[in-house]
Design a protein around this ligand. Structure first.
Ligand code: MRU
Length: 339
């Protein structure tokens, strides 16, 4: 099964907050349920947020009683507004909402035709993501040699996408080619996407994985325990890559130790109309830092900073692997020209 699927007016996915211990299937039927699932990271990871947003708009269309195109468009715009208010940083969510809305606005059919058009467009977005990840994997695997150790941060695996993964797609493709690679996964505080999700996916697939805490990255790179770093992205802007908090630290440490730092992401993650300064970095609830699950670990009332993402300037990025091409350092200048 794909990470997300459309089944006759219901979106089927897994509650990622319960992994790795429990596999709970979510059956989402309304925009409110989807918005709740996104806010609480039951559904997370930039490309998956894109597909989830598209399918959420398909839910609006499929269940709508609107009998005119105008009424349906108004409902879709309302749903898009709700979805866009869930999480601000991953551009795929906004990209998918705008793509579906513009398809709807351009359609010349009646309300019934528009409903099926929206469902088809959402399915197309999901299918394209699955295809893009396979292509990213194939492109990126060329950069990975036999017996390499790859360090990754957060979860850019199949759970963060419709299928296969971006950073983990590169790792999967190299593994499939018979390269005896190993992975070092950071736990990724505070919500532990690395410990819970990346370790789970790789272990399940039989790819050797060693878990470290985020603060061990410097030690690992200094000791030459990893040959390359591959991570995903939530938004690639003209001057930076925005990804899970801690990515910037990993990039600077990679630069310091001469270890190539690669970003694997589909074109839907590019936002070349903006610079990092224009992007809202999501601030999440302090309890994610003061608590481990339900257990409080910090003294009550302590001040907390909890940005969910950070900004890695392109000077620390060795290459960006996407579905159509690998951009190397010398290509990044093209980003300022929106190419
Ligand atoms: O807060 P999350 O879990 O949604 O953050 C996910 C990440 O930062 C991933 O690295 C990114 O979305 C790329 S996923 C292919």
């Amino acid at each position: 099964m794909r990470t997300i699927e459309w089944r006759n007016g219901t979106v089927i996915t897994i509650d990622q907050t319960r992994l790795p211990h429990e596999t709970i299937t979510l059956k989402i039927k309304t925009i409110e349920e989807m918005a709740e699932a996104i806010k609480n990271l039951r559904i997370r990871g930039a490309p998956l947020l894109g597909a989830a947003t598209a399918f959420a708009l398909a839910l609006t269309a499929y269940h709508s009683k609107a009998n005119s195109k105008g009424k349906l468009l108004a409902e879709l715009e309302n749903s898009a507004k709700t979805l866009k208010s869930t999480r601000p940083t991953a551009v795929n969510l906004f990209w998918a909402a705008d793509r579906v809305l513009s398809k709807a606005r351009c359609s010349s059919g009646d309300a019934e035709e528009l409903k099926s058009l929206i469902v088809q467009e959402a399915q197309k977005i999901a299918d394209e993501d699955a295809e893009a990840n396979l292509a990213i994997g194939k492109n990126g695997a060329e950069l990975i040699e036999d017996v390499y150790v790859i360090l990754t941060h957060c979860n850019a695996g199949e759970l963060a996408t419709v299928e296969y993964g971006t950073a983990l797609g590169v790792i999967r493709a190299a593994w499939k080619q018979g390269k005896k690679i190993k992975v070092i996964a950071t736990e990724t505080r505070p919500l532990l996407q690395g410990a819970r999700l990346t370790a789970y996916e790789l272990k399940r697939d039989g790819i050797p994985v060693t878990l470290i805490t985020d603060s061990m990255v410097g030690y690992v790179l200094h000791k030459r325990l990893a040959n390359k770093v591959v991570v995903g992205a939530d938004r690639i802007v003209r001057d930076a890559v925005i990804n899970k908090i801690g990515t910037f630290t990993v990039a600077v440490l990679s630069h310091e130790h001469g270890v190539p730092f690669y970003v694997a992401a589909p074109k839907s993650t590019f936002d070349l109309t903006r610079k990092a300064v224009d992007v809202i970095i999501e601030e999440r609830d302090p309890s994610e830092v003061t608590h481990m699950g339900s257990q409080q670990i910090a003294p009550g009332g302590v001040g907390v900073l909890n940005p969910a993402f950070d900004i890695t300037p392109l000077k620390y990025v060795s290459a960006i692997i996407c579905e159509s091409v690998i951009y190397y350092k010398e290509d990044f200048v093209r980003f300022t020209r929106h190419e």
